[in-house]
Design a protein around this ligand. Structure first.
Ligand code: BGP
Length: 464
């Protein structure tokens, strides 16, 4: 048997978000987010017409759910606050929301589960989207106000905060593709959205530091290591550009306090630079994160541009490279994502070598599988061995990185219980607990028990 022991005090837990778990989307004074609005107007865009109104009903079941977390020994849990629940009109605090988040935070703490609270998980309040969302610089200040409000209300007990989860996703899905509202396809506008998101993150960090709370603040990024098809110069260049657009566009300003000059040059060359104002550079330079959360699901493989022509919508990131299908790749066929465990190690090495070995944790890693009821045994337990294997292989690489000095302080899976997904609703299930859609009953899967053991051992004990 081989042991993979993790550092003392390692955070073992899971991640979630308000819009994917809370439900009660129109209850107790919550205003509409873009998701509520979009579902109301175009329900057919949602998988099986299932929208965000109920999701996994955490709003009503949080107490039992936190007990379930405790039952499998999680020592930490990340979720987000819903901006449109806390500040329905952008200015006045909704007391019902304060009560709810207070109860969630206090219950977690009473159970010995450390809360990590995120502020933005793709859920722009609709009244701000009507003003242009992240395209409008006023929204940057609206976010900073929301962040300050949350720090003031909950910062006495929450000591780990994050400003954004995967801020590149609204850019990619909502402004480069029509998969998230507002379904715009325009790279210039996408760049502005990205730029304003990073300004908003920096302003929130500044507010947090001004309040002098006893805690730390970070950002959660989905880092997709970019691998070139070959060491050929043009393939390598293609991978560098993909890395600039999809990783370094948020990683560098968040951790190093400035954009990579290669990204600025590239955007400038194509007249894509956003409008900047005096003081922006200083704001970024002085408000870097204390730690990073890294979501890792899949790598990005690219080759030099071989296919012809650009799209009708003008220049797009894909004009600089083509996707490359590695003949040896293994896929999660349900989600269509490559499984490449070593990617996690490569991320750790990159953070160590190029980002000052900043403290970081795996903020999401997981495997969504469709029709999991196929794997249910006579006792009703889903035998999700594929998920256990997925986690084990990632943990081995993570362990190696830590052995080599990576400053990783935790591992959070996506996710604790099946929850609602933006594009796929409840098609692909990720949870340690199955959520039965008829009555929202939760049933522990085999992987939940496996994780409990991992936590008890503070690592893996596996056959050599
Ligand atoms: C991440 C998001 C999560 C979650 C997860 C799984 O990108 O932060 O919100 O949804 O991916 O992806 P999906 O739900 O698309 O299968």
């Amino acid at each position: 048997m081989k042991q993979y022991t993790f550092p003392e005090g390692f955070l073992w837990g899971s991640a979630a978000s308000a819009p994917q778990t809370e439900g009660a989307s129109q209850k107790d004074g919550k205003a509409k987010s873009i998701w509520d609005y979009w579902y109301e107007t175009e329900a057919e865009r949602f998988y099986e017409n299932i929208g965000p109104e109920i999701t996994s009903d955490f709003y009503h079941c949080y107490e039992q759910d936190i007990q379930r977390m405790k039952n499998i020994h999680l020592n930490s849990f990340r979720t987000s606050i819903s901006w449109s629940r806390l500040l329905p009109d952008g200015t006045n605090v909704n007391q019902k929301a304060v009560e709810f988040y207070n109860r969630v935070i206090d219950t977690l703490l009473n159970q010995g589960i450390k809360p990590i609270i995120n502020l933005f998980h793709f859920d722009m309040p609709m009244h701000l989207q009507e003003k242009g969302g992240w395209e409008n610089r006023e929204v940057v200040d609206a976010f900073a106000f929301y962040a300050r409000t949350a720090f003031e209300l909950f910062g006495d007990r929450v000591t780990l905060w994050t400003t954004f989860n995967e801020p590149i996703v609204p850019v990619e899905m909502g402004y480069l593709n029509h998969f998230h509202y507002p379904c715009v396809v325009d790279m210039k506008r996408a760049v502005t959205v990205a730029y304003h998101s990073i300004l908003a993150s920096a302003k929130a960090i500044r507010n947090y530091r001004e309040l002098n709370r006893d805690g730390q603040i970070g950002i959660i990024l989905n880092l997709t290591p970019s691998y070139p098809r070959s060491q050929d110069k043009e393939d390598v260049r293609a991978a560098e550009i993909a890395d600039l657009f999809f990783n370094r566009s948020f990683l560098d300003p968040s951790v190093l306090g400035e954009y990579p000059s290669a990204l600025i040059e590239l955007l400038d060359e194509h007249q894509l630079l956003p409008h900047r104002e005096k003081g922006d550079k200083e704001l970024l330079r002085h408000n870097v994160v204390d730690f990073l959360g890294v979501n890792y699901y899949q790598p990005r493989r690219v080759k030099k541009k071989e296919s012809a022509g650009s799209s009708q919508e003008g220049i797009m990131p894909e004009d600089f490279f083509d996707p490359y299908i590695w003949p040896e790749r293994r896929m999660n066929p349900y989600r269509g994502w490559e499984i490449y465990e070593k990617g996690l190690y490569d991320i750790a090495v990159n953070i160590k070598q190029n980002y000052g070995n900043i403290p970081w944790y795996v903020a999401e890693n997981g495997m969504g599988v469709a029709n999991e009821e196929r794997f249910m045994d006579q006792t009703g337990t889903i035998q999700d061995n594929y998920r256990i294997e997925f986690y084990e292989e990632h943990l081995k690489w993570l362990h190696q990185a830590i052995e080599e000095g990576s400053n990783c302080f935790g591992y959070h899976v996506w996710t604790f219980m099946d929850n609602w997904s933006w594009l796929n609703a409840y098609k692909n299930r990720y949870g340690f607990y199955r959520v039965n859609l008829k009555d929202r009953e939760r049933i522990l899967k085999k992987s939940g028990n496996w994780f409990k053991q991992v936590i008890d051992q503070n690592g893996l004990i596996v056959e050599d």
